[in-house]
Design a protein around this ligand. Sequence first.
Ligand SMILES: [Zn+2]
Length: 301
Amino acid sequence: MATPLSAAAFLAALKAEGCKAVEYRSWRSHNRNHVGSWGPVNGVMIHHTVSSGEDNSVALCYNGHANLPGPLCHTVGGKSGKLYMVSAGRANHAGSGDDDVLRAVTNETALPADNEANTDGNSRFYGLEIVNLGNGKDQYPAVQYDAAVRWAAALCRAHGWGAGSVIGHKEWQPGKIDPYGPVEGRGSFDMTAFRRDVAERLKHPASWSAGSSNTTKPPAQQEEDPMAGFSKKDIYNAVWETDAVAAPADAPDIKTNKTWQPQSYLRSIYNSVVGLPKVLDALRKDVAALRADVANLKKES
Ligand SMILES: [Zn+2]
């Protein structure tokens, strides 16, 4: 049992955990505190949105829909790995769930089956909605999964909880299946594995990144992963789409465009090389014709 974090403390915890947190609209004061209590809090809950598109999904979770007013969670986890803050108070995400599960979460003991819906979860749980169609085919990119683990670990760390305080919606409310679907490099979304990943993070400092750990390195180097949170697309853009290389001296627009993107060099080279076979063919024919001429001249002389 614990007093909920303030918006500032929530955000600070995420940033310390290496999360790319994005503040969305008036998230700090956007909540459902006028219809029920927020806190004491006992744990964190993971969901999938059943939606696609980062902007869409964030707006949906902030505003809610005809049958359920927003906010629909505290944070939305995009496929980019960004975490969008939509509330720091009571949110409509957990609904009614099983009091036996709440007891197990509070005591961090093994979870019983969720076969009752007799307890308000919205006052008790922080909620993360992960952008995913929830159809069992839509994949959670590794960077999105990692952000979810960091989000859960950050809240557990801030409250002094262990990974036993982390559950999926499917473990709380009968009939729910979220989170569900394949996780890149891991098989299907498994809350036991997710808790293991949170527990692993909690053994390390908040700034830790899996994969960069090397016990022979001094601690300062272990704690920093400069690539944490960058997607493949971010890295591609930084390498290939940045004006950084001196343009060729004979480029037609050299006066106005002094640096090129590396990808422009590749295109330019490709365009030159792609015409070469034709040129070579024509040359071969010319040489053959010359040979024939020379042979004829020899015969005549
Ligand atoms: Zn859910």
